[in-house]
Design a protein around this ligand. Structure first.
Ligand SMILES: NC(=O)C1=CN([C@@H]2O[C@H](COP(=O)(O)OP(=O)(O)OC[C@H]3O[C@@H](n4cnc5c(N)ncnc54)[C@H](O)[C@@H]3O)[C@@H](O)[C@H]2O)[C@@H](O)CC1
Ligand SMILES: Nc1ncnc2c1ncn2[C@@H]1O[C@H](COP(=O)(O)OP(=O)(O)O)[C@@H](O)[C@H]1O
Ligand SMILES: [Mg+2]
Length: 278
């Protein structure tokens, strides 16, 4: 298992050359799907992290009840209603990265959008499944596009694989990543990443990060960084490292780190780390 190092991450992070003529469409378009009634915060946190990590355009498909909160907190993001099938289909076509699951719920409406995304997404797009989308994946019969990114915690991984936390060994996890043909980010105090070919060990996080929404923030971070990276694996590894790196850095002066604080800090840390290798 390969340990992630800061110098690699500084190479993998997207870097914006100052004198380059570009526009927002050069930095990817992210669609985030989730936030059923009462769980709007989950998808809002993911959207904020995606936008703050530099996605060129960020769109959120969520319950209409959350639109005003989203626009107040994050006016940079666009919103579409979760039940508008025609619009969601259009958005799936349009976006380069699709991240689904935070606060999505497990009801029929959630199942419908889950099936729609799995049916419509194309091989050239990057799909990330987190939270309730992982639970739906364990219940529904669907084929995953190649190298779908899955970001389970130990409980979600158990639902997908049947492996109890104490059975989630390197061997078993790799076998399952292979079987699913997926890039698996198995979250924990020290997150491990599995592809069919290799496995990676993140830096240790901090218990100050053990608070609701921290995984939702990671989802946005991965989506935003992958929107700007040609290489999906490098984007995922850089995002996982950066999320913990910022968490540890903020925890030096905090009892608990808010996921939204990590999102707010992303532009500064990305600039700092990505510049190191230039
Ligand atoms: N502000 C919000 O709107 C928030 C919404 N959230 C949403 O709440 C929904 C449920 O997600 P949860 O993950 O809380 O619940 P889940 O029910 O999906 O998973 C929790 C279960 O997994 C087990 N488990 C084993 N190892 C675990 C580990 N390392 N971490 C966490 N659980 C572990 C727990 O014992 C529990 O039985 C998701 O849609 C999620 O996105 C959460 O993200 C928290 C914040
Ligand atoms: N004790 C800990 N040390 C380091 N990181 C942690 C710790 N507990 C949780 N995390 C991180 O917080 C995130 C939790 O994700 P998740 O369980 O999906 O949270 P949520 O669903 O509430 O957003 C993961 O990125 C995990 O690595
Ligand atoms: Mg989660």
């Amino acid at each position: 298992m390969q340990m992630l190092e800061q110098h690699q991450v500084s190479e993998w992070l997207p870097y914006r050359e100052q004198d380059k003529d570009t526009n927002k469409r050069d930095y990817g378009q992210v669609l985030l799907i989730g936030g059923s009634r009462g769980m709007g915060g989950a998808i809002l946190m993911a959207a904020e992290a995606a936008m703050m990590s530099g996605a060129g355009l960020t769109t959120v498909a969520t319950d209409e009840n959350h639109f005003s909160a989203l626009h107040t907190r994050l006016p940079e993001a666009m919103a579409v209603p979760l039940e508008d099938v025609k619009e969601i289909r259009h958005q799936i076509k349009k976006n380069t990265v699709i991240a689904m699951g935070p606060g999505l719920g497990l009801d029929e409406k959630a199942r419908d959008v889950f099936r729609l995304v799995l049916k419509e997404v194309e091989q050239h797009q990057t799909l990330l499944l987190d939270a309730d989308a992982l639970t739906l994946l364990s219940e529904e019969k669907v084929d995953l596009p190649q190298m779908t990114i899955l970001t389970p915690h130990a409980g979600e991984w158990q639902r997908l694989t049947g492996l109890k936390p104490e059975e989630q060994s390197e061997n078993e996890n790799r076998k399952w990543a292979n079987k699913l043909g997926a890039l698996v980010v198995l979250k924990g105090d020290q997150t491990r990443i599995y592809t069919p070919e290799a496995s990676y060990l993140n830096i240790k996080g901090t218990p100050a990060m053990a608070t609701g929404g921290m995984g939702d923030c990671l989802t946005g971070c991965i989506a935003g960084i992958c929107a700007q990276n040609e290489d999906v694996l490098e984007g995922v590894l850089a995002a996982v490292f950066l999320h913990s790196y910022i968490g540890c850095s903020l925890a030096q002066t905090r009892h608990v780190v808010r996921p939204t604080e990590i999102a707010q800090s992303l532009p500064v840390y990305m600039k700092q780390l990505s510049t190191l290798s230039k």
